[in-house]
Design a protein around this ligand. Structure first.
Ligand code: HMG
Ligand code: MG
Length: 286
């Protein structure tokens, strides 16, 4: 079995974990979560989203959160769904951004009010602008396996978005099982084909745990050579425009599994376990 000696785990709890939470979470609680996570050895986190506050109200305080992350001196990622969001991220000096486009056009219309082709066009100028600002660019292919609106998502739809991201020269391509319906066979096959087509791209696996296959999907992606994974403390999470989807794979479960297989994450498992109850206390779902 292909188990790498080390993987990078990117914590997405403060963003993906909280964005869909119906109960208000105060800015102070979010800061506390970020502060606690920053002491566990996690080197990179998604903490902010410059989505329109009407579309994702829970992330409306992202400017203040970004300023806090700057004060802490941590490396963080801010979600930027459009050019206006990117300008907000530049304004607060966010070091890393995340573009996100679904492989499914039906999802894109619901999630970002554009078709796949329209959002890819907007991405071109965004990438140029973000590179000029010296930002690291992660680019999500969401709904890369199935979609709650259109059902099956073909490999060609994934390839279409991936091809454009590779051409734009983004820093990493994050392949998302947004609704948590992928299985290990699909994951292995899709990542293997992407790697064959674009061997120099850096891939990240982003698995929601709706069907309790997220850990198995991590193992499957590793067999295809993936060494970077997103996870969320306490298994928090969900996308407001992905009905029925639950949280991401829990960071503590992922670190525990990798640790037992001798795979280094640089994260202190015992410290992580201390943060999980606080993270869960913020959620009405876990
Ligand atoms: P829109 O309504 O189509 O925007 O929203 P618009 O371009 O028509 O503009 C309407 C007004 O909003 C204008 O103001 C704009 O200036 C303003 P007006 O001129 O009328 O006064 N506006 C903004 N204001 C603040 N921030 C902005 C912004 N943009 C326009 N960024 C938009 C388009 C993309 C903004 C909206 O659809 C949106 O925010 N979508 C984001 C949805 C989202 O965040 N979903 C969850 C994240 S995706 C996810 O979870 C999946 C992921 O985890 C990976 C995975 O699991 O696979 C990443
Ligand atoms: Mg997600």
């Amino acid at each position: 079995m292909n188990i790498p000696s080390e993987v990078e785990i990117i914590e997405v709890g403060p963003r993906d974990g909280l964005q869909n939470e119906p109960n208000p979470i105060t800015t102070e609680q979010k800061k506390e979560l970020i502060s606690q996570l920053s002491k566990t050895g996690i080197s990179r986190m998604e903490t902010a989203s410059f989505a329109h506050p009407k579309w994702v109200p829970q992330m409306a305080d992202s400017e203040e959160i970004a300023n806090y992350c700057n004060e802490l001196g941590i490396t963080y990622v801010a979600l930027t769904p459009n050019a206006k969001a990117l300008e907000r991220a530049i304004q607060v000096k966010a070091p890393q951004i995340a573009l996100f486009i679904g492989a499914s056009s039906e999802f894109n219309k619901k999630n970002i009010n554009k078709t796949t082709s329209e959002s890819l066009i907007e991405c071109e100028s965004m990438v140029t602008r973000a590179k000029d600002a010296g930002m690291f660019i992660r680019a999500y292919i969401s709904m890369a396996f199935t979609c709650p609106y259109q059902g099956h998502v073909s490999f060609d739809e994934v390839k279409y978005v991936c091809d454009r991201f590779v051409g734009l020269g983004v820093d990493e391509i994050d392949v998302g099982d947004t609704n948590g319906q992928a299985n290990p066979k699909m994951v292995y096959e899709r990542f293997s084909r992407l790697r064959d087509l674009y061997p120099d791209a850096t891939y990240v696996g982003h698995f929601h745990d709706t069907e309790k296959m997220a850990l198995a999907n991590v193992i499957a992606a590793m067999q295809a050579g993936v060494t970077k994974f997103d996870s969320s403390i306490g298994g928090l999470g969900g996308c407001p425009y992905s009905p029925g989807a639950t949280g991401n794979v829990a960071t503590e479960e992922l670190v525990n599994m990798l640790m037992r297989m001798g795979c280094e994450t640089q994260i202190n498992y015992q410290e992580l376990l201390k943060v999980s109850p606080f993270a869960k206390s913020l959620s009405s779902r876990v």
